[in-house]
Ligand binder design. Structure first.
Ligand code: B12
Ligand code: SF4
Ligand code: SF4
Length: 222
């Protein structure tokens, strides 16, 4: 089933990002029929893999609100139904613990910026949703990965923000947003978060310019 899910996601630039079977102590999300899910498959992207597909859809649907969420929902709701499950989404409230799920599914750990870091794709990856199922899905044993931040002595991500929004513990969101509203803040809005760009891991997977601008505008306007 996982191979078939991967094949259904592939034409959209999406990838399955691991999954797991919920334990009896987990607060599993609800399926469409109100019962608790037994298993979950996270879905996301690495680098700009979704961008050509999303952009093409957006040109056909220029007036849709929350376009990336709408695109993701259209695709993942259909694929979930095809495989007898439901879909849940990171931006829907109450927020579901996507990062905790991702740590469990893919073995990733958080960077000092709060974003999970992937040993290959670095900070240039995110989640578009998750497929949840009424039955336990058989997963291969998780591939254990190293955590790049453990061996990164300089931690350039913590020194690149012009307003020191990250101290490794807390992200000063208001300070970042205030800066984005100023003229010099246009550099981040245009080119992406400088703290994220400073990380050497997976740099070649950094988002294309249009995608950087899209995410930064969405974040600044939230
Ligand atoms: C609210 C939120 C924010 C708030 C953060 C407020 C805060 N200080 O925590 C704001 C609006 C600031 C934010 C910003 C961004 N976010 Co955000 N955010 C979320 C959201 C919707 C909910 C978080 C939450 O409360 N979850 C509920 C709790 C119960 O779940 P959890 O897994 O236990 O939560 C973990 C996070 O809260 C995390 N955390 C704590 N502090 C911070 C700070 C930051 C910056 C992040 C990213 C995470 C984080 O630690 C918790 C324990 O693991 C999640 C999606 C989701 N459903 O989780 C995305 C999410 C965490 N965000 C994400 C991203 C990519 C971003 C941005 C980079 C967006 C962008 N520009 O591209 C920015 C970062 C700012 C920048 N300078 O670029 C990704 C992270 C992917 C990854 N690789 O880990 C997520 C998972 C969404 C997604 N679609 O994939 N975000
Ligand atoms: S710069 Fe270093 S510490 Fe910061 S996220 Fe990248 S690998 Fe981790
Ligand atoms: S977007 Fe710019 S101001 Fe905000 S945290 Fe990143 S580098 Fe700092």
């Amino acid at each position: 089933m996982l191979d078939e899910i991967a094949a259904a996601l592939e034409p959209h630039g999406l990838v399955p990002r691991g999954g797991f079977v919920f334990g009896s102590l987990d607060r599993a999300p609800e399926l469409a029929d109100g019962t608790r899910a037994q298993s979950i498959v996270l879905v996301g992207h690495f680098g700009s893999s979704i961008w050509p597909h999303f952009s093409a859809w957006r040109r056909l649907h220029p007036n849709v609100a929350d376009p990336l969420d709408s695109w993701s929902k259209r695709i993942l709701n259909a694929i979930a139904t095809q495989f007898g499950g439901s879909a849940v989404f990171p931006s829907d409230r109450p927020y579901l613990p996507f990062q905790q799920w991702a740590m469990r599914a893919e073995g990733l750990r958080p960077s000092p910026l709060g974003l999970l870091i992937h040993p290959q794709y670095g900070l240039w990856q995110a989640f578009r949703g998750a497929l949840i199922f009424p039955q336990p899905v058989a997963f291969a044993p998780r591939h254990e990965r190293g955590h790049p931040c453990d061996t990164c002595m300089e931690k350039p991500c913590l020194n690149a923000c012009p307003v020191d929004a990250f101290d490794g513990e807390v992200y000063a969101v208001a300070r970042c947003r205030d800066y984005l509203a100023t003229e010099p803040g246009g550099t981040c809005l245009d080119g992406g978060c400088r703290a994220r760009l400073a990380c050497p891991v997976g740099r070649q997977y950094g988002y294309v310019s249009e995608q950087q601008r899209f995410h930064m505008a969405a974040f600044a306007g939230d």
